[in-house]
Design a protein around this ligand. Structure first.
Ligand code: ADP
Ligand code: 5GP
Length: 203
């Protein structure tokens, strides 16, 4: 069995990334979502261990000191990080892993000499629509909405650093596009369709 592939996906908050990822993950076998650690409080409907591992700032800092994060970043006034051990175990089991991380975390993964990943940026169709979606979700305070909109302008400038760009205008089209990218990456020539490496015998 070969190690799984890593997909790094970033988008300004409110773009629809979580909505898209849930639909895409339901379509594929062997594709899992990496559950990050965060110091932010859960939104209604979020469950510890499913969307995130919700931890205190002290616990996060203890993990940080123990070098337990593959990458981490302060985002919108909270800390977010990816467990090194959890991702390593999933990849070793041959699973393809999606990291839903911000542009700072994506830059850390891009610079890593040991990790190979496909980087995908999801953009909203525009900032007016982004504000509409953030308000429509009904999970953020006015202050949090303003912070997320301010950060969105900065995050959009990093879109060029990604290999793929998906504009989430029509949801089903965005889901199809992300699915197509995953299929194409899985079909790369150095692998057989089941993910195992091609061995050229006798040439
Ligand atoms: P993110 O994970 O990027 O912060 P969410 O997935 O929570 O964003 O989506 C934010 C809001 O936008 C949700 O209310 C969701 O239903 C809505 N939404 C997602 N995609 C679309 C789309 N293509 N068109 C309209 N609304 C969308
Ligand atoms: P939210 O609080 O809306 O779920 O996420 C806010 C931002 O944090 C999003 O851009 C999301 O991609 C990012 N994020 C979530 N988990 C991680 C992580 O483990 N590392 C980093 N760097 N960013 C993360």
């Amino acid at each position: 069995m070969t190690a799984g592939r890593l997909f790094v996906i970033s988008a300004p908050s409110g773009t629809g990334k979580t909505t898209i990822l849930k639909k895409v993950i339901a379509r594929f076998s062997g594709l899992v979502f990496s559950v990050s650690h965060t110091t932010r409080t859960p939104r209604p409907g979020e469950r510890d261990g499913r969307e995130y591992h919700f931890v205190s700032r002290t616990d996060f800092e203890t993990m940080l000191e123990g070098n337990q994060f593959l990458e981490w970043a302060p985002v919108h006034d909270n800390y977010y990080g990816t467990s090194r051990q959890a991702v390593a175990e999933q990849l070793q089991r041959g699973l393809d892993v999606i990291l839903d991380i911000d542009v700072q975390g994506a830059a850390i993964i891009r610079k890593s000499s040991v990790l190979e990943a496909t980087h995908i940026f999801i953009s909203p169709p525009g900032l007016v629509e982004l504000e509409h979606r953030l308000r429509g979700r009904g999970t953020e305070s006015e202050e949090s909405i303003q912070l997320r909109l301010k950060n969105a302008r900065i995050e959009m400038q990093a879109a060029d650093d990604y290999e793929y760009l998906i504009v989430n205008d029509v949801l089903d089209e965005a889901v199809d596009l992300l699915s197509a990218i995953i299929l194409a990456e899985r079909a790369r020539a150095h692998r057989l369709p089941d993910g195992s490496p091609i061995q050229l015998i006798g040439i």
